[in-house]
Design a protein around this ligand. Sequence first.
Ligand code: OAD
Length: 313
Amino acid sequence: MAPRTSIAEFRELVNSSDRIMALLGAGLSAASGLPTFRGAGGLWRNHESTSLATPEAFEADPALVSLFYAWRKHMALKAKPNAGHYALAELAKRKDNFLCLSQNVDGLSSQAGHPESKLRLLHGSILDVTCFNKCGYVEYNNLSDPPCPALAPASEDYPPDQTMPLLDPNMPAPKIELEDLLHCPNCKTGLLRPGVVWFGEALDETMLDDIDDWIMLGRIDLMLVVGTTAAIAPAASYIYDAQQQGAVVAVVNPDPDSADGLGSSDFFFQGSAAEILPQLFVGVIGVMDGDVCQILVSITKFTTPPNVFSLPI
Ligand code: OAD
């Protein structure tokens, strides 16, 4: 049986839900201009983005992986949160028991004002810096762009009609000597790397325990799955965990394949998170004015408020 697609029915559910969990992926930030990992935007030069997100790739070619992450950091620092980030942040402010698990490392949820106590960054932050040799050195919220002069080609801006040389696979990658990359100020030997979790690395254990404790507190009414292929463990397994706690699953994604596996009591909203999320939460957060989180009216008492957006109710 196909999942439900009625916005009105979903609004009723979200209004009446107490415990809500969300799993966020790269698609949430797509409308902010940030590339996803898979599908369109998943290639960087001639490399799959996912193949550069490993300690092995960093070990084999630290200059290339550092350029890739310096470019992602530059893009993240330039990007602004979109209406989807703001809608989730507003929902978090209004729902006491809303826990948001984000796979995104771009910092946009925090920038949108998402309360930190209701946000878990499963894969770390691109603004943090650690030592590749695991000496314990960590730097939080480092805004250097570029991170060092050798990585300057990753921070150049070009007009939209021109391809940035770094992104042109026909142009040779800039030649960077190892000694020109940033070295750890603590151990002096390791290279510095982004504070993100790479494939094959462990997620923060305390954070995982904390999430498990929250899940085990009781019934979960709603599990939102926004802009993710849900292809990576343990992130994707939280959908199953929420279902085990009774949750109705609601997927927001332009790709119809992302609805695979949903049941007839679940929801699927096909489209961009930036357009759909503000409409879905309108009964709790009020009506948002475009990308700016300006709550114009609070209409919590209505379950089917006037539709100010383009999707049919
Ligand atoms: P993916 O690149 O795998 O998936 C992005 C998803 O977003 C796809 O399902 C798209 O259809 C969807 N999408 C695209 N545009 C959208 C929009 N405007 N609104 C809503 N959805 C949209 O990214 P993730 O699932 O986040 O991990 O990837 C998970 C993890 O795999 C990442 O955190 C990263 C990656 O490799 C590591 O680097 C460890």
